[in-house]
Design a protein around this ligand. Sequence first.
Ligand code: KG4
Ligand code: ZN
Length: 336
Amino acid sequence: MLILGIESSCDETAASVVKDCREILSSVISTQIEEHKKYGGVVPEIASRRHCENILGVVRKALDDANVTLDDLDGIAVTYAPGLIGALLVGVSFAKSLAMACNKPLIPVHHIAGHIATNYLTHKNLEPPYLCIVASGGHSHIIEVLSYTKFHVIGRTRDDAAGECFDKCARAMGFPYPGGVHIDNATKNGNASAFKLPHPTVAGNEFDFSFSGLKTSVINMIHNASQKNITLDTNDLSASIQKSISDILTEKTINAAKTFGYKKIALAGGVSANTGVRAALSEACEREGFEFYMPEKFLCGDNGAMIACQGSYNFLAGITADESLNAVASLPIDMI
Ligand code: KG4
Ligand code: ZN
């Protein structure tokens, strides 16, 4: 089975061909980061325009690299939710037209389900059910992966996502967008106990997250220091932020796994590339006796292979779309 996956939900135009659910034959990613950097974040209209310019070339290269033709495909999978609406519409319209022109099934894929699927590409033996912590620029979710296509959210962020918290703290420290990776790099020479940062409690659901208090505290600390002409040690502050975020994600995930009786824990989403988060979760899982799965680093950020992989499982479960498929900016993963 050969599935083409197309991703355009944010600032990466990506396409990939995946064979038999888990074998990546090609993966092409055209990133717009350099352009959005100038504005300190993603500018939605620019993102849509770049997707529009790049998508055909990216898909053509994905087919060429995989050495397959449109005729060889069993289906065309596309991210239809959630994300920037104009950006999603480019991928959805393109995939629909392609599916119609070559008479292939069209397969809708939820972006978060795609991130979760990166673990199938990395760990050939991983099968549901398991618990997955998904942390990205737009989402922080603890999800029960009940089957390849059924999900239940146990906890979510009440405000900022973990990646957003990394990026906003990084911006206040003067790092370019997206700052998460710069904080990660700076931690190598930093002392994680140098700064005391708040560890938020969330009333109501103990598995929900809140990162805005941590972010605000870091931003206030930087502003107060600059008013007094004091320069904070960026390495120490980075290490302290990274430790706080890693501890929060790890603690809630381990507690959720114990409460809901899961033995397997997976990590996914852009923040799964973070050295501190990977280490904290993997050490906690080892200590507490959980099996731990995380994606290879090249699969952590947005890519087409995750959409092709999840698209393959959707296709096997009979999840296809007709010509009325539309893009949806916001759609909980347990509503699909
Ligand atoms: O999954 P993703 O590529 O896009 C969304 O679906 O949001 O995630 C992007 C997020 C950004 O916030 C970025 O700063 C963060 O993932 N990120 C990292 C690292 N690499 C990417 N955050 C911390 N450390 C990293 N190494
Ligand atoms: Zn993503």
